[in-house]
Ligand binder design. Structure first.
Ligand code: GDP
Ligand code: MG
Length: 163
């Protein structure tokens, strides 16, 4: 049995960086032309002995018109509906923002399983951000660094019982 993991969250928290790491090649390259709305991006992921489908909601970064919020919501809802598990990424250095709260609400209402990841937490950075993420009430946040590959063992352990 395999499963589908959707990486969701506001722009710039590191979703595509994590997607690339899980897929193991540069599939989520920032090669988008301005004004072109990309769709959800899927890849075959591996983490330890787990094999699964991962979704990156890539269109969000380049949506630039006034329908940004609606488009973000629609794309996120589609990713959530297609996924067995949602990995909700926040920026541990920025802490929890109003946009994060907005995504948390969607996930609370709609997601089957949510794992919260406080990204950019390499070194000792982001400890307070991870604490804030705990207050979202979506479970204990993982502290990860998508860029540096930290916390991937914790992600594995979080996914294993749901796989
Ligand atoms: P997305 O918009 O959520 O897909 O975010 P991206 O993956 O495009 O990353 C946004 C920015 O955050 C880029 O400059 C990344 O290099 C940076 N970033 C991603 N992951 C990390 C991380 O673990 N630590 C740090 N310090 N920066 C990161
Ligand atoms: Mg991205």
């Amino acid at each position: 049995m395999t499963f589908t993991l959707a990486i969701v969250g506001r722009p710039n928290v590191g979703k595509s960086t994590l997607f690339n790491r899980l897929v193991g090649k540069k599939l989520a390259l920032v090669d988008d032309q301005p004004g072109v709305t990309r769709d959800l991006r899927e890849g075959a992921a591996r983490l330890g002995d787990l094999r699964f489908v991962v979704i990156d909601s890539a269109g969000l970064e380049i949506a630039e018109d006034d329908s940004l919020q609606g488009r973000m919501r629609r794309l996120t809802e589609r990713a959530v509906d297609e996924a067995d598990i949602c990995l909700f990424v926040i920026d541990a250095r920025a802490g929890v923002t109003a946009a994060d709260e907005y995504f948390a609400d969607i996930l609370r209402r709609r997601a089957k399983h949510v794992i919260v990841a406080a990204n950019k937490a390499e070194g000792r950075a982001g400890e307070s951000g991870a604490m804030e993420a705990y207050a979202l009430g979506l479970g204990e946040p993982l502290r990860i660094s998508a860029e540096h590959g930290e916390g991937m063992d914790d992600l594995y352990r979080a996914l294993l019982p749901l796989s």
